[in-house]
Design a protein around this ligand. Structure first.
Ligand code: NAP
Ligand code: MG
Length: 462
């Protein structure tokens, strides 16, 4: 695979400050496909400096012109859609069709939504005798994970640019090639030099330097709760804005009146897509005791049908970690009805689509984020019991409710401690705010709410 051996800083590919590199591995066959530079504090310094220099002019650029640049960026992503999909498949392992539809398709939608929002957002409003201006926060440090490599980048960079902020991105070490492709797209779209900058590298080196950099005004992080807590603490100590998009353990609540087969089928597909590496995946399926056995049979059948069609996990560490969770589920007394901890292939970081029955709410597999193709089916006695179980984790990112009557599902969803809920399989909406209650995070991404994260208000009284 094609890779740059430098950093994209100040509108050009510059030599990295250090000599270390990161090997990029294809998780489907464990072969090294490229090397990228491992950034150090000096690279981060240079990138933050470039973003700082570019900020005043970009902040002063009329929103309509910022919108035009973001639209141009969207157009480049459309033109390079196949290349994006192939790159994500090579470094993440997602099946090509999923990469085309989701990994390339969704960022195009999101970039398009911010081209429109930049042009239509009310950056100025009258409140009584005041005029309130929404002004960009400044230099954004964006730290992204590997699970949706381009989406996670666009969900931060597009609203930041729409707001008038400039950005330094540190992408995940496992998926830097997608990030380099994005930097090329930014360049092709004609964004002014320094408005977007890329430093590839390790989280503990380049990521930490970016999160702690005094020249960064806002840190936007997506990833594990453990790292998110550290970044939140660092930002808090510096009185710096921070947005954290962390883990989840979302509940798929199937009420007794629901279409059981549909709810189970969509629920399994929701987790197996991207091999379970989705923070908002509905990894706990909550089923009424009267329908429990039927749901378990349907889920086992649906998971078995996936068989070979799911991609591998991203790396060897996740492969070990996820299979460790499956072993823990067995050890704690849950019943395997599909899949298991054995690696289904000799090569590649594959895990079989796995379903556990007889999972109780306090088991490790029902409490912790596994980030693999594993669904836990939990029994409930009545609606209050279902609600207690649904709300009974430290997380609150997403969820689903199924019922014959939409109003019944909505009433239940309103009692859930979570940031977004799909009613009877409701479609993904790129304009709806996405983010967590409780330890799933701070702040919201996507749509107008995602844009406002990058703005601060100034009130002038007359
Ligand atoms: P992670 O370490 O939190 O990675 C997220 C991003 O933060 C990466 O760019 C990472 O760089 C960087 N990072 C790591 N340590 C850092 C530090 N001390 N300071 C600043 N940046 C730092 O997550 P992971 O290790 O890839 O995955 C572990 C678990 O996190 C998963 O099993 C899953 O449960 C959860 N996760 C959640 C999401 C989500 O969408 N919410 C996404 C991915 C993972 P490196 O790539 O070099 O580590
Ligand atoms: Mg990590």
């Amino acid at each position: 695979m094609k890779a740059h051996d430098g950093m994209y800083i100040g509108g050009e590919w510059r030599a990295a400050a250090g000599t270390d590199t990161i090997a990029v591995v294809n998780p489907a066959d464990e072969q090294v496909i490229a090397h990228v530079p491992a950034g150090i504090a000096e690279d981060v310094d240079a990138a933050v400096f470039a973003a700082h220099e570019a900020f005043p002019a970009w902040a002063a650029t009329p929103p309509a012109e910022r919108a035009a640049r973001i639209a141009a960026l969207r157009d480049v992503l459309v033109a390079r859609k196949d290349e994006i999909a192939e790159t994500v498949t090579a470094e993440l392992g997602a099946p090509l069709q999923f990469s085309q539809m989701v990994h390339a398709g969704v960022p195009i939608l999101v970039a398009g939504s911010y081209a429109e929002l930049a042009a239509s957002y009310a950056f100025e409003e009258k409140v009584g005798n005041s005029t309130v201006y929404a002004e960009p926060v400044g230099v954004v440090g964006a730290i992204t994970p590997w699970n949706y490599p381009l989406h996670q980048i666009v969900a931060k960079v597009a609203p930041a640019l729409a707001a008038g902020c400039t950005v330094v991105l540190k992408p995940a070490e496992d998926t830097p090639l997608t990030a380099q492709l994005f930097a090329e797209a930014v360049h092709e779209a004609g964004l002014p030099a320094g408005v977007f900058n890329l430093v590839t590298g390790l989280g503990t080196v380049a990521g930490q330097a970016l999160a702690a950099h005094p020249g960064v005004d806002l840190v936007s992080f997506t990833g594990s709760t453990a790292v998110g807590k550290q970044i939140g603490a660092t930002a808090g100590a510096a009185v710096k804005r921070v947005a954290l998009e962390l883990g989840g353990k979302s509940a798929n609540v199937i009420l007794p009146s629901a279409d059981l087969a549909k709810a189970v089928g969509v629920g399994i597909a929701n987790v197996m897509g991207n091999s379970g590496q989705t923070c908002s995946a509905w990894t706990r399926m909550l089923v009424h005791t009267s329908q429990y056995d039927e749901a378990v049979a349907l889920a086992a059948e649906a998971a078995a049908k996936y068989g070979d069609r799911i991609g591998p996990l991203v790396n060897a560490k996740q492969h070990t970690r996820v299979r460790g969770y499956i072993e823990k589920g067995v050890a704690e007394g849950a019943r395997l009805v599909a899949g298991g901890p054995e690696a289904p292939r000799e090569q590649g970081y594959f895990v079989s689509p796995t379903v556990f029955a007889d999972v109780t709410p306090e088991m490790t597999i029902a409490q912790e984020e596994i980030f693999g193709p594993v669904v836990s089916i939990i029994r409930y006695e009545d609606e209050d019991d279902a609600l207690r179980i649904a709300n009974g984790t430290v997380y609150g990112l997403a969820g689903a409710v199924w019922a014959a009557d939409e109003a019944e599902a909505v009433a239940f969803a309103r009692r859930m401690d979570t940031g977004q809920v799909d009613i009877n399989g409701g479609r993904f909406n790129p304009l709806a705010p996405f983010g967590g209650y409780k330890q799933s995070g701070v702040g919201r991404e996507l749509g107008a709410h995602g844009l406002s994260e990058y703005l601060q208000t100034k009130s002038l009284q007359f």
